[in-house]
Write a protein that binds this ligand. Structure first.
Ligand code: FE2
Ligand code: FE2
Length: 186
């Protein structure tokens, strides 16, 4: 499956602007990590794009209904298992780097975007130090579980500052691509 096919599949199942943007943000972070680890950029990006494919239709069951939507598209089992491996209760499935990366960037991408939205320069110049500060600010982005962010990052084996830098860089690249199309992550 190439990126365009993944994007079309995403659009078939996700109508919410918020979830669509989240998917693009996670794609961006996964692409940045694929480059960091020297892995398959399109595969990692597509996993980011499609990881929440079933969330809009099946919020209660998510991600357990993803196979139903991915199998008809001819996606292989390993890809499906990687989708199934993200989320709070799926730790035992996170057996390789792509799966660990997905869980480590999923909510962190949204957390970083929430911070960027409060800054005049948005993502530009956003440093790990500012993100660390917001991690400690319990009133900010309350729904995002800090312990989960830290646990999944440690499981991926990347230091906090590097983790933030990699994700921010990926988000900036994605923002440039989207701006050229008249769209935005923010
Ligand atoms: Fe999810
Ligand atoms: Fe997600």
């Amino acid at each position: 499956m190439n990126r365009n096919e993944a994007l079309e599949l995403l659009k078939d199942h996700v109508k919410s602007e918020q979830l669509y943007r989240h998917s693009l943000a996670v794609e961006a972070a996964m692409i940045a990590y694929a480059k960091h680890f020297g892995e398959d950029v399109e595969l990692w990006g597509n996993l980011g794009l499609l990881h929440d494919i079933d969330f809009e239709k099946y919020p209660e069951e998510h991600p357990q209904m993803a196979p139903k939507l991915l199998e008809p598209a001819g996606v292989d089992q390993d890809f499906i298992d990687a989708v199934l491996s993200h989320g709070l209760d799926e730790k035992e499935m996170r057996t390789n780097t792509i799966r660990k990366a997905l869980s480590a960037v999923d909510q962190m991408s949204s957390f970083i975007i929430a911070i960027a939205l409060m800054r005049p320069t948005r993502l530009e110049g956003l440093k790990a130090k500012s993100v660390k500060k917001k991690m400690k600010d319990k009133a900010f982005a309350k729904a995002i579980d800090r312990a989960y962010l830290e646990e999944t990052r440690e499981d991926l084996g990347v230091e906090f500052a590097e983790h933030v830098d990699i994700i921010v860089k990926g988000l900036i690249n994605q923002e440039e691509r989207l701006n050229a199309e008249g769209a935005s992550l923010l």
